[in-house]
Design a protein around this ligand. Sequence first.
Ligand code: SF4
Length: 381
Amino acid sequence: MTIKNFILKFTKMDRREFLKTLAVLPLTALAKTSPKGYYVKPKIASYWTKKEGNTVQCQNCPHECILKEGQRGFCRVRENRGGKLYTLAYGNPCAVHIDPIEKKPLYHFLPGTNAYSIATAGCNFTCKYCQNYDISQVAPEETSNYKLSPEELLEDVLYYKNKYNISSIAYTYTEPSVFVEYMLDSAKLAKKKGIKNIYHSNGYLNEKPVSDLIPFLDGANIDLKFFKNDSYRNVSSGSLEPVLATLKRLKSGGVWVEITYLVIPTINDEKKEIKEMISWILNNLGNNVPIHFSRFFPTYKLENLPQTPLKTVETAREIALEMGIKYSYVGNVKIGHTAENTYCPNCGKLLIKRRGYYILENNIKKGSCPDCRERIAGYWQ
Ligand code: SF4
């Protein structure tokens, strides 16, 4: 069976949908970017203070690494050179793709448009299930990078904007917080040109950089990985509180926020933990924040665990809706699952029908349900 026939059979797509899929498969080495190479150009970092001697302390994320001369931070991208902190992740993305915005996932943010998506090497977490560990758990010298300044990035985005229906730049795949300077400079230029900015993050960033980013961000999907501090520490080398603080800051700063919770068997799949998380969301962010419950598949250092049963994410979604969350979805499920769709929380009308990342129907009219006029939270055209 050819790959094409396999995809057609497995997904039950028709030929038109299949061709549409091909049109937005990841596109690297876009025509206007430089040839790829091991490009790294150190740049003075933001968010650090000088300590005794030539020691510095990075204050970008809650790790707050104290670095002697020559030492590099936990994220592998910030280094003390001569008593100054440098970032090695500026203008050198190792991944450049055009993705449906639904892939972030953002289901209530300009549905059906594409996001020009970038990532550099490095991450401030060490998630044992990372799907992108080949670029997140390495230094910028170890990835093949594009030379792409914020100005060149914007030029590229504008060049492809109409052809690929690009509405936004997504800072994604690894952890954009570690390339915060590059993200912020790019986001400022994008905003001037009417391009939206999407932050897909673990939320592990200090208050000052989050505050600096907020005026330029339009949407965010935050991976709320666990609702237990121990799991954050043991599985990802992080902690829960700073992530919750970032969620509150983004929400109160007017950024459109959606949350992804990857349900991992034996680690964060207990109903009690899920209910506690939902209560926190309701009490601190409100009932309009969409929650995506995604299935885990064995990968990287957690190949010993089973994949998440479909029923587990379906039940988590039902719990969220019963507790009062208005919009909840399942992810990493077979294409065509009804819980990929958006329904009116008031009358139940099907508002957006999805098939994987693709929009088959969008019945939302002026941000509202066409039948009962219920306002649907989100960022619509
Ligand atoms: S951004 Fe990197 S260097 Fe800075 S505190 Fe976080 S992990 Fe450490």
